[in-house]
Design a protein around this ligand. Structure first.
Ligand code: 5GP
Ligand code: MN
Length: 329
């Protein structure tokens, strides 16, 4: 049974334990990576042993920031045998991917997350779907632990909060998000440098991939749904990395009049979807969850065990129906 805890209770739980493996989700993003690395640093500041394990490893775009070098992949040699697992930004056990054995193998397990679709797992669990990023919760937890924020920790938390909020632009951004950002700036975050690196720089491979994906864009007759495909050949031909798919779905959503955007990506025999909505459609509840996925109201995803065209037809049918049902809120 999972016990729901407050930030203070989670801090007390962590303070009483040691030997931590901090674990993020498959295809780790800035929030998963940033929350895990900052939390590892905070636990180490308390004199505890902690390491970060990310399924697939640290994304290349974050590899330059201090602390990234210590991150391990599932199955790779860990610095020590952990006894306490702490999953951050992982919305359900399936999203642990290859790190599931590491999580399950620990004597005790905690979960901190901001996905409203998270059913709750681990021995202790804190899910707050009103937060823009797990990084916002990680900052509060670090404060509750009494660890002073240093610049390295603040930089990772800024990566977490800014990436999940679309650089403080999504509707999920709250006054609390801005207050968290202010604290991170006070701890010395280089906003101009991070903004340039994270939002104003693209690899050549990703630029070429973007061109290929957008040239295959399709739109529904009523102009409310836009979708595109991303295939293995596109990655091979452009030299883009898998992580370069991040954010491309937003370019589809930016088309005037589009309410729902889907990016379909081949993943072996399965197809992974990035789903977004602009204004009112709940893509997590109305599209992703009925297809076995999850996420947030305006940004969700799912993986369907079927070839791309077949899987895409199912997603589009679901979205068309949801759009037809109209606004419920
Ligand atoms: P992205 O499109 O950036 O990969 O994912 C957007 C959101 O949907 C993220 O919050 C992510 O956690 C969630 N998400 C993406 N894919 C899946 C999935 O296969 N299952 C679940 N439960 N959530 C997903
Ligand atoms: Mn997140």
């Amino acid at each position: 049974m999972t016990r729901r805890v407050t930030i203070e209770e989670l801090a007390a739980w962590l303070r009483a334990r040691d030997g931590f493996a901090l674990i993020g989700h498959v295809s780790p993003d800035g929030d998963a990576a940033g929350s895990c690395v900052a939390m590892a640093m905070a636990l180490q500041a308390l004199g505890k042993r902690a390491f970060v394990c990310l399924p697939g490893g640290m994304p290349a775009m974050y590899a330059r920031y201090p602390g990234a070098e210590a991150v391990v992949r599932p199955g790779a040699p860990a610095p020590f045998a952990p006894r306490t697992a702490f999953a951050l930004d992982v919305s359900d056990e399936g999203r642990l991917g290859d790190a599931r054995a590491l999580f399950d193998g620990c004597a005790e397990r905690a979960v901190l997350d901001h996905h409203a679709t998270n059913p709750g797992f681990g021995d202790v669990c804190l899910v707050d779907g009103a937060r823009v990023a797990t990084g916002e919760l990680a900052l509060e937890l670090i404060e509750a632990l009494g660890v002073p924020l240093d610049r390295a920790m603040a930089t990772w938390l800024y990566i977490a909060v800014s990436t999940d909020s679309g650089n403080f632009s999504f509707s999920s951004t709250t006054p609390g998000t801005m207050r968290a950002a202010a604290k991170l700036l006070e701890a010395g975050v280089d906003v101009a440098g991070l903004t340039r690196a994270l939002y104003r720089t693209r690899t050549l491979g990703k630029t070429r991939l973007l061109g290929r994906v957008l040239s295959g864009l399709e739109i529904s007759e009523d102009g409310r749904m836009a979708w595109a495909r991303m295939t293995d050949e596109m990655f091979a031909e452009t030299g883009a990395l898998r992580e370069d798919s991040d954010g491309i779905v937003n370019d589809l959503l930016e088309i005037e009049g589009v309410e729902f955007a889907a990016l379909a990506e081949t993943r072996g025999a399965a197809t992974k979807f990035s789903l977004r909505s602009k204004d009112w459609l709940d893509v997590a509840a109305q599209v992703a969850q009925p297809l076995g996925g999850g996420g947030h109201a305006r940004a969700a995803g799912c993986t369907i065990e079927a070839p791309l065209e077949e899987a895409l037809a199912r997603v589009l049918a679901r979205a068309k129906q949801a759009l037809g049902e109209g606004k419920t809120d």
